[in-house]
Design a protein around this ligand. Structure first.
Ligand code: 2RA
Length: 336
């Protein structure tokens, strides 16, 4: 098994190295790729040094079985043919191919099977906010069909990359030192603020991030589910939170919901004991693999409504881990 990471110097690229190590992902050879700027950098994996190669249009992918790609949509589009031309499975973290009909969009706990049918040898990793949402929705969908979702996100700086995380941390320092605050990655200062905009606005008044939640959820769940999202950037370094309201075909009790969510193998940790101030928070969920769910309660205005709160590490389950789990699924199913 020969694997590659494309975009290894970014926040998600670095997380790929961590996740592959933590999960003891089985491989014989690892090749790291990056931009001309990253080429030549060295990273250590399990005590062995690896030098980053520049990503080029050549036959570097000839013997590579799986490429984990997180270098931005432009690079994914430009290099997809180069990466897949000899049969390499490209697991792509960008949004470039997510809604393409011939590219499966996969969250293994929900629709792993879809990864087996990939005419272009590309499998798309969904957006972090969608991954977290569908992992929590899927067990509930099995209890009763979910017709509608209203969700508000509380998205960490990590979603905008490593430099955005640094920018947030620096802003707090700059404010403390009474220095001028640097604002580059976000539309406004994020420290001591929340910004009701993630990605750019579309014609219907929703942002692209919000429309991703609508479109990707329907594709992954193979469902007519309606999703209305409000995506907000908050001054948290990593791990996104979501306040979610669902409307199901028949009423679901809190007990039913808890039993469904707590069932083994669905990627959820139930953390729901509000009387003891026990509920998920990003500070404590950062670096964890699962989606944490709590504050489950009946909607007091609608018998078919249920509300809950979820938190998940955006770089881990929201990006690198989900991609690695797709690869693990393919290996387990002998479907590479
Ligand atoms: C964000 N969802 O949080 C994006 C990253 N994919 O900005």
């Amino acid at each position: 098994m020969k694997i590659a990471i494309v975009g290894v110097s970014g926040a998600v690229g670095q997380e790929f190295l961590k996740v592959l190590d933590e999960r003891n992902f089985p491989f014989d050879e690892l090749v790291l790729f990056g931009s001309a700027r990253s080429a030549g950098k060295e990273y250590t994996f399990k005590g062995k040094k690896y030098t980053v190669k520049e990503l080029k249009h050549n036959d570097d992918f000839k013997d590579i079985d799986i490429a984990f790609v997180s270098a931005g949509g432009g690079t994914s589009i430009e290099f997809a043919d180069t990466i897949t031309q000899f049969g390499t499975v490209m697991i792509d973290n960008s949004s470039a191919f997510r809604m393409d009909k011939d590219v499966p969009l996969v969250v293994p706990e929900v629709n792993g099977e879809d990864a087996k049918v990939r005419p272009r040898n590309i499998i798309a990793n969904p957006n972090c906010t969608t991954i977290q949402l569908v992992v929590a929705l899927n067990p509930l969908e099995k209890v009763s069909h979910i017709k509608r979702v209203h969700v508000s996100t509380y998205q960490a700086a990590s979603g905008a990359g490593a430099t955005a995380m640094d920018e947030l941390v620096n802003q707090f320092k700059q404010i403390l030192n009474k220095e001028e605050v640097t604002v580059e990655k976000f539309a406004y200062q994020l420290a001591y603020n929340v910004i009701p905009q993630v990605d750019v606005f579309t014609d219907n008044g929703y942002t692209k991030e919000e429309m991703k939640m609508y479109n990707e959820t329907r594709k992954i769940m193979h469902s007519d589910i309606e999703v209305s999202a409000t995506c907000v950037r908050v001054p948290v370094v990593r791990a996104h939170s979501e306040a979610t309201w669902i409307e199901t075909e028949r009423p679901i009790s809190v007990e039913e919901a808890k039993a469904a969510l707590a069932a083994e193998g669905n990627g959820v940790i139930l953390q729901d004991d509000p009387a003891n101030k026990d509920y998920p928070m990003p500070l404590f969920v950062a670096n964890k693999e699962e989606v944490y769910v709590g504050r489950i309660r009946k909607d007091i205005t609608n018998p078919n409504g249920l509300s809950f709160w979820s938190v998940s590490d955006q770089i881990k389950k929201g990006a690198a881990l989900n991609a690695v789990q797709i690869a693990e699924y393919l290996i387990k199913e002998n479907a590479l």
